[in-house]
Design a protein around this ligand. Structure first.
Ligand SMILES: [Zn+2]
Ligand SMILES: [Zn+2]
Length: 136
């Protein structure tokens, strides 16, 4: 069975996903953009019981958006990195793809909430590329 490990930027929160991911959504909704500070979230979905905390679970903080039916996020209380959370329904874990040590074993299925995308998202894809910092 495949496993994927991930963690936060400061390294104190570590987790493992056992088994395959079900879905991989790039979510452009305004809530994901606001929380992440970037164009979209990259949310992997897996069964709730496939998530194992390897360390730092006591540092994990959760935010449930009060007016939302389901929107929630979890993050490291030390460095603020997004970490997995369980949906309120309890059935699925939502795992931020950028937190994994290796690439997941599937490509994104779709862009969701595409109508809400940032106006600068598509121009950004076509912007000039540098291997490192600008000018480098
Ligand atoms: Zn951290
Ligand atoms: Zn979203």
């Amino acid at each position: 069975m495949s496993t994927h490990d991930g963690g936060c930027l400061c390294g104190k929160v570590r987790y493992r996903i056992h088994g395959p991911f079900h879905q991989f959504h790039l979510c452009h909704c305004s809530r994901c953009r606001r929380f992440s500070g970037t164009a979209h979230a990259a949310n992997l979905m897996a069964p709730a019981d496939s998530l194992e905390w390897l360390g730092g679970e006591e540092l994990v903080r959760r935010f449930d958006l009060p007016e939302a039916k389901a929107f929630a996020r979890a993050f490291c209380g030390e460095c603020g990195s997004m970490v997995p959370h369980l949906r309120r329904s309890g059935d699925l874990a939502v795992i931020p793809a950028g937190g994994l040590d290796q690439s997941p074993d599937l490509d994104p299925n779709d862009h969701i909430f595409w109508e809400d995308r940032a106006e600068w998202y598509e121009p950004g894809i076509g912007a000039k590329k540098y291997a490192g910092p600008p000018g480098g």
